[in-house]
Design a protein. Structure first.
Length: 213
């Protein structure tokens, strides 16, 4: 196979060891070649413009700029960009945001080499690649209510340990309004208390713990 015929891959992950492992898998395939590496989303956007790869294999959570933001920026500049998210996180909210940002697929890092290369080839051809486990998590969104931006803000502050009065002060709203938001949150997430609400929101990728926690 001629070099120009190979699937040219831009690999984006903030962990050097992970990148080396992925290169070991991808570069052994006769039809694939890793042509560039990036350690964060900003580097990914810049390298995409420079290299014009066939496929971007994009990590989700990275410093400086995360994978979802980088995906959206790349797709804005090139609507035909083919991006496959490869992440440890399987929360339905994060999967949904990644697909909405323009990713063609979403695979989990507990992959085997064969599954990963199948996904890369599918995305390279312009197809979507959503493994069964990911599709199942994505479908689970229909079981829950959609949280409003304000409700997500309240949840995020709850995750840092703030009480209702403290959240009210931060958001410049009343404590009763915070209680109303909390009631709606628990109803939408099908949970019984604030601890369960935070746990469910973290598991689904609706919110994240602040860096350092």
């Amino acid at each position: 196979m001629k070099p120009d015929d190979k699937i040219r891959i831009l690999l984006v992950d903030d962990h050097y060891v992970v990148r080396m492992g992925l290169i070991g898998v991808l570069d052994t395939e006769p039809d694939m070649k890793v042509v560039g590496q990036a350690a964060d989303g900003s580097e990914a956007v810049a390298l995409y413009e420079k290299l014009k790869p066939t496929v971007v294999l994009m990590d989700l959570r990275m410093p400086v700029k995360d994978g979802i933001t980088a995906t959206a920026e790349i797709r804005l500049k090139d609507p035909n960009a083919r991006i496959l998210i490869l992440s440890t996180y399987d929360g339905d909210a994060e999967i949904h945001r990644a697909i909405r940002a323009g990713a063609r697929g979403y695979a989990l890092k507990n992959f085997n080499g064969r599954e990963l290369t199948r996904g890369v080839r599918a995305v390279a051809k312009g197809e979507e690649w959503i493994p069964k486990a990911v599709a199942t998590r994505l479908a689970s969104r229909e079981l829950f209510g959609e949280l409003t931006p304000r409700e997500i803000e309240v949840l995020q502050h709850m995750a840092t340990g703030l009480a209702n009065k403290e959240i009210a002060d931060v958001l410049t709203i009343t404590s009763n309004t915070v209680k109303d938001h909390l009631k709606n949150i628990m109803t939408k997430l099908h949970v019984a208390d604030r601890t369960e609400a935070v746990t469910a929101a973290l598991q689904r990728g609706i919110i994240r713990l602040p860096e350092g926690n």
